[in-house]
Design a protein around this ligand. Structure first.
Ligand SMILES: Nc1ncnc2c1ncn2[C@@H]1O[C@H](COP(=O)(O)OP(=O)(O)OP(=O)(O)O)[C@@H](O)[C@H]1O
Ligand SMILES: [Mg+2]
Length: 266
């Protein structure tokens, strides 16, 4: 068994409850899971079940109240921002809305170049060539380099967002509803791109989605969240074919079309 890249143990995270003065809302209620190098783990569950909170906490965009986040065996759950810095590069996030994750006044080339320079990943003179190579990797011709976010479609921007994350050679990407805002016609292209880059770089990915067809197409294992808890986790075909919990059965009850590994994306 390969050592996990990421191991999460008994994570607890609460937010203040806007409905009740002084009340708290338990967004993560003792969540534990592993992600292996090169694995795509799907995170499914209804709205408010804690998927985004879990993804952000795994990347230490939130600090958990309790529990451990082991990255290569090192607990990063309570590291200071300064101590986290060397780990940040290894963990990237791709969001639902690519437009809001880009600075409107920055060209795509600058948006990709900035983290390269910040993390000193590439000598300054080589940055323009590196940016073009990254664009090519995500299927964007060089002509896109000088463009601004508003001059690009949602699908093109999501390609650029994936490129910006890849530029840092991460080991883990959390993709949060990364295709759900896109037109149906480009969703499959972006899903294929995610799968290709994941395979090429042996990236681990936590893929958060409402769409069970997408989860079944893309993910090696699937975890089902419900009210801040992990209800079940297992190989994709096992969870879809033989769900253990009634909740999972109800959730996948709407799924009819079988999807096979290597098949066409939904
Ligand atoms: N920054 C925050 N401040 C306060 N409460 C929050 C915050 N983020 C999430 N919550 C609450 O935590 C719970 C889990 O939210 P979360 O966004 O993680 O769910 P989700 O599964 O990603 O939902 P969706 O599918 O709608 O994106 C919800 O009750 C939500 O209202
Ligand atoms: Mg969410």
């Amino acid at each position: 068994m390969t050592e996990p890249l990421l191991r999460i143990e008994n994570l607890i995270l609460r937010f203040p409850d806007p409905q009740r003065e002084g009340g708290v809302l338990t967004a993560l209620d003792g969540v534990s899971l592993d992600v292996a190098p090169g694995e795509i783990l799907g995170l499914v569950g209804e709205s408010g079940s804690g998927k985004t909170t879990l993804g952000k906490t795994a990347l230490r965009l939130y600090e958990p109240e309790a529990g451990r986040i082991l990255l290569h065996g090192r607990d990063i759950a309570h590291l200071s921002e300064a101590s986290l810095r060397p780990h940040r590069r290894a963990m990237q996030m791709v969001f639902q809305d690519p437009l809001s994750s880009f600075n409107p006044r920055q060209s795509i080339a600058t948006a990709i170049a900035t983290p390269l320079l910040l993390h000193r990943l590439c000598p300054k003179a080589e940055v323009p060539a590196r940016v073009l190579a990254i664009l090519e990797e995500v299927g964007l011709p060089a002509a896109f380099a000088p463009r601004y976010p508003h001059q690009m479609s949602g699908g093109q921007l999501q390609r650029a967002a994936i490129g910006r994350a890849l530029a840092l050679s991460p080991e883990l990407i959390v993709a949060d509803e990364a295709v759900s805002k896109l037109d149906v016609s480009v969703r499959a292209q972006i899903l294929n791109l995610l799968r290709d880059v994941q395979r090429r770089a042996n990236l681990a990915m936590i893929f958060i989605t409402h769409d069970l067809h997408v989860a079944r197409f893309l993910c090696h294992r699937v975890a089902v969240m419900h009210f801040g808890k992990l209800l079940e986790i297992g190989p994709t075909e096992q969870v879809f074919g033989h769900p253990r919990h009634d909740y999972t059965k109800a959730l996948i009850g709407t799924l009819r079309r079988p999807a096979k590994e290597g098949g066409d994306p939904p």
